[in-house]
Design a protein around this ligand. Structure first.
Ligand code: C5P
Length: 225
């Protein structure tokens, strides 16, 4: 039996990987499948929440019974978070957001005949949506008591260093909870399962979970509740 402990709560969840265009047919992207964010949306919906799912590129279909907003780039996701977080009790930032975007986007296809054997792409940093949300610069208004959850996908193999990176990120991002998981060539993205450690803002471990992404999602929601 599912608890109905999120009944009436407004939850905004970001999921998937943003894509930064180089020209009309090409982009810089990442390997996020969107599965963990979608599992969170399903789990929150099943616990009675009103879910708004802000999705960048997904490898799997979004769930039924949630409000869906589709975006492409980090800038579009930032605008969507600014709009929807203003009315949310809980914001969960599971999307993999591009840290950089091309400075110039070509109007037509980049042509190798014109560019030759080497191509240098100049990138500029995207704003950190999560940090601007928690620092109060993204939206003028945030509901009192709004809870913000961030994610950190790390490749560090050493357990102690992995946790240390998580602790530093927890402090820097200002989220109430930071979900840290390991990713790699064979790990984390296309898989149905996940292993996570959840830290609070001070970097203390408040929970851990391993298993399919829906049960991991319910564990994250348990901690959040
Ligand atoms: O710094 P890093 O990308 O590891 O942080 C991951 C967390 O920050 C995730 O919750 C992600 O959604 C969020 N993020 C963001 N804006 C960015 C980069 C990451 O909101 N430009």
């Amino acid at each position: 039996v599912r608890p109905n402990d999120l009944a009436g709560r407004r939850i905004v969840i970001t999921a998937g990987g943003t894509r930064e265009p180089l020209d009309p047919v090409r982009f810089i992207g990442n390997r996020s499948s969107g599965r963990q964010g979608i599992a969170l949306a399903e789990a929150a919906r099943d616990r009675g929440a009103h879910v708004t799912l802000l999705v960048a590129h997904l490898e799997v279909p979004p769930p039924r019974g949630v409000a869906l907003v589709e975006v492409g780039t980090a800038a579009e996701l930032s605008d969507a978070v600014a709009e929807h977080a203003a009315h949310a009790d809980i914001v969960i930032m599971a999307a993999a957001v591009a840290d950089y975007r091309p400075v110039e986007v070509a109007d037509g296809k980049l042509k190798k005949e014109a560019l030759g054997d080497e191509l240098t792409v100049h990138l500029v940093a995207n704003p950190d949506i999560l940090r601007s949300l928690t620092s109060g610069t993204l939206t003028p208004h945030r509901p009192d008591g709004q809870v913000v959850v961030g994610f950190a996908a790390e490749t560090e193999a050493d357990d102690e260093r992995f946790l240390q990176i998580g602790r530093e990120k927890a402090a820097r991002k200002g989220a109430d909870l930071l979900v840290v998981n390991r990713v790699g060539w064979q790990l984390g993205f296309a898989t149905e399962s996940n292993t996570i450690v959840v830290l609070d803002r001070t970097g203390s471990i408040v929970g851990e979970a391993a298993g399919d992404k829906v049960s991991v999602a319910h564990r994250i929601l348990d901690l959040l509740v």
